[in-house]
Every structure is written in structure tokens, then in C-alpha cells.
Design a protein around this ligand. Structure first.
Ligand SMILES: *Cc1c(COP(=O)(O)O)cnc(C)c1O
Length: 380
């Protein structure tokens, strides 16, 4: 049986919740939007939530609401989904990439300070694959240099980070503003959707206004206080989101179980490194990504992907470095070799099928296929 790379987990509760909205008079700008915003803000430990139609829209509005604009430099990671850099380009600001840590795959904080210039306005860090970035140090650096801090937690809903005072905080709440995404491959879905979370009332107010054509709260339908967009999320999507959020603890536990099965099944394969949780963090498992050990080439990895695909096992090469995407090579004059850790990791990753209902037997089947695929390629 073919195994997809990812699969949403929907039950009768979600179907009932959406049907209820369909039978109501409010399909948009209604009570489900407000309820979803409040529920997700509460869950993340933030004061405000603003629902929008994608994670990308959420990032864009955060950048605008924080006043980041033309020529401002924003330090960020080249190892991410492309939206985390695009949101900077949307505002004619400049993404300044900083290489990653080879174990956590998050921004290498030791390199962040050296990249700061007089034009630096912000740091945009991503909790990649659901693992919290090094927030204590990012907070300390941004405070010391007077920089804004943005958290792209689109892959990390529910992940937790232990702060220096010992208190645990959820991803999304660790910067001036954070955001989530709800495309069907994420831990929870609204079909399409996103959410901004923040403790700052003004940031929330600006984001809400810009998501709704620049209208201020309570203003007339044709009164537009500022340039805005239609980034609204409908009540149908939000009802689905509320039902998914109620099941999120159960869904995250199922994902953690699948990750544990994979880690056990793959523990004795010397050619790969498996992801492990570290002291002071709780990963929210977005994907399960292994890495061929150093010495393996991109061709080795691609052969493994081809081997898995031939057996109808969904897999992917998360992520192609952002700085090597054609338009960024051109626009920012990047070339191979600019961020060696990112490029080396990116050439060796294999994302395996990963979703809540994957069984232990299917994990064993994938692991066996991976082992066979690896046996055809030995490191130099
Ligand atoms: C999924 C994702 C986003 C936003 O995705 P949308 O498809 O716009 O909802 C942003 N950043 C990262 C790191 C992501 O994984």
C-alpha cells in the first residue's frame, strides 16, 4: 500500500463543527473566528491571536506591523520553507542569512552577532521541524542590540522551550510576535490558514486591521484607515481549527509515538543520524527527517529517495537552501558555498512518511526500505 509523506487527521468532530457553521448565517467575520483566535492565544500563552488565511500572510503582517521596511536588514535562516524569507522581501527589506547549527538545524546563534550591522532591524528565527530555536540567547542578543524579534513557529505548534528562569513556554510566544500555519501537512489544519500570536496589543490591532482591508475595529465597511489586504480566515476554517485544537494534545502525542518508533527502528543504522529531543525542549513533531552521515553525497541521498519512491513510500528532501532558489541567487547574489552547513545538511536529508495514524508495522516497513536503499550506497 502506498504511504503518503503526510496526512491530516480529521474525525466526526471536525465534520460536525464545519456543518454547524454551514447551517448558520455567519460564514465569515463571525463568532468562530473570535473563538479560534482566543483559544489559540490561550493555548500558546499569548494575549492576542489574529486569524489569517495562511502562515505566509501571518508572517507578512507581522513584518509590516513591526514597521520593517525598505533597506532594513533582517537576520534569518536559509534552512527553512521559503515563506520565512519572502515575508521580508515583500516589504523590500533584506533577508541576511545566517548559517545553522548542524545538530538542531536552527539558526546558529554563535554566528548571529557577527552578522549585525547598523542597518539590522530584526531577527526572524524559525523553530525548524518543530524544534525550538535558541530563544534565550536570541532574546538576549536582540535586547542588547535593540532589535525586533520574530518567531516563525509555523512548524512548531505546541512545542515547548524551557526559559532561563526554569519556566516552560510554548513556541510562538518567545518573540515580539509569532505565527502558526494550518496547511493540511501541519500538525493541525484548517485547510488553509494561519494565526499571528503576540502579547502586544498594538501589533495585534495593526495585524487585524491589515488582514481586513485596513479597516479599524468597529469602523464602517468602506472606511479604510491604512493599506490592507484580504487575508481573512472564514468561520468554516476557524470551526475546523477549534475542533483540531481540542484534539491537538492527543495528536501531538500520537506523532511523538511515531517518532519514537522510528528512532528505535533506525537506531542501529550507522549511515544515518536520527533527530533527538534535547534537554530543555519538547519537540512538536512536524516531520520526521533523518540525515545521511557526513561523507554521503547529494547523489547518495537522491538514490535513497528514488529507492523509497519506487516502493511507493512518500519522502522528500526538506529543505532546499533558500539562498540557492533561483530568484534569490539573482536578487541577493548568492552562490553555492555561501552557507556551508545549510548546504551540507540540505544535501543529506530524507523526510520519511509521518502522520498520526502511521502504525508501528508501517514504520518498520519504511525503515527496512530505507536500510535497503542505504545499502546500495556506501559513504566515501
Ligand atoms: C508552512 C510554513 C509557513 C507558512 O505556510 P503557508 O503555506 O503559507 O500556510 C511558513 N514558514 C514555515 C517554516 C513553514 O513550514
Amino acid at each position: 500500500m502506498p504511504l503518503p509523506l503526510s496526512q491530516p487527521d480529521l474525525t466526526d468532530a471536525e465534520i460536525t463543527a464545519v456543518l454547524e457553521v454551514l447551517r448558520s448565517p455567519r460564514l465569515a467575520l463571525g463568532p468562530k473566528v473570535t473563538a479560534f483566535e482566543q483559544a489559540l492565544a490561550d493555548y500558546s500563552g499569548c494575549r492576542f491571536g489574529v486569524a489569517v488565511n495562511s502562515g505566509t500572510s501571518a508572517l507578512h503582517l507581522i513584518v509590516r506591523a513591526l514597521g520593517i521596511g525598505e533597506g532594513d536588514e533582517v537576520l534569518t535562516t536559509p534552512f527553512s520553507f521559503v515563506a520565512s524569507a519572502n515575508c521580508i522581501l515583500f516589504e523590500r527589506a533584506v533577508p541576511v542569512f545566517v548559517d545553522i547549527d548542524p545538530i538542531t538545524l536552527n539558526l546558529d546563534v554563535d554566528r548571529v552577532e557577527a552578522a549585525i550591522t547598523p542597518r539590522t532591524r530584526a531577527i526572524l528565527a524559525v523553530d525548524i521541524f518543530g524544534r525550538p530555536a535558541d530563544w534565550a540567547r536570541l532574546q538576549e542578543i536582540s535586547r542588547r542590540h535593540g532589535l525586533l524579534l520574530i518567531e516563525d513557529s509555523c512548524e512548531a505548534i505546541g512545542a515547548r522551550y524551557r526559559q532561563p528562569d526554569g519556566a516552560w513556554a510554548r513556541c510562538g510566544s518567545l518573540a515580539d510576535a509569532g505565527c502558526f500555519a494550518f496547511y493540511p501537512n501541519k500538525q493541525m489544519t484548517t485547510g488553509e490558514g494561519g494565526m499571528i500570536v503576540t502579547d502586544n496589543e498594538e501589533t495585534a490591532r495593526l495585524c487585524r486591521s491589515m488582514s481586513n482591508q485596513g479597516r479599524d475595529e468597529g469602523a464602517g465597511w468602506l472606511q479604510h484607515a491604512r493599506l490592507g489586504y484580504n487575508y481573512r480566515l472564514s468561520d468554516l476554517n476557524c470551526a475546523l481549527g477549534i475542533a483540531q485544537l481540542q484534539r491537538l494534545p492527543e495528536m501531538l502525542a500520537a506523532r511523538a509515538q511515531v517518532a519514537t518508533w522510528y528512532n528505535e527502528a533506525l537506531a542501529d543504522l550507522p549511515q544515518i543520524e536520527t533527530p533527538a529531543e534535547r534537554e530543555g525542549e519538547e519537540i512538536s513533531w512536524f516531520v520526521y527527517v533523518v540525515r545521511l552521515t557526513e561523507g554521503h553525497t547529494r547523489a547518495d541521498r537522491d538514490a535513497v529517495l528514488a529507492h523509497l519512491r519506487a516502493r511507493e513510500i512518500g519522502c522528500s528532501d526538506y529543505f532546499t537552501p533558500i539562498h540557492l532558489q533561483p530568484y534569490l541567487r539573482e536578487q541577493l547574489s548568492h552562490a553555492p558555498g555561501d552557507f556551508p552547513v545549510t548546504e551540507s545538511v540540505s544535501a543529506r536529508t530524507v523526510a520519511l512518511p509521518f502522520y498520526n495514524r502511521l502504525t508501528r508495522e508501517q514504520v518498520a516497513e519504511v525503515s527496512a526500505a530505507l536500510q535497503e536503499g542505504l545499502a546500495t550506497r556506501s559513504p566515501r
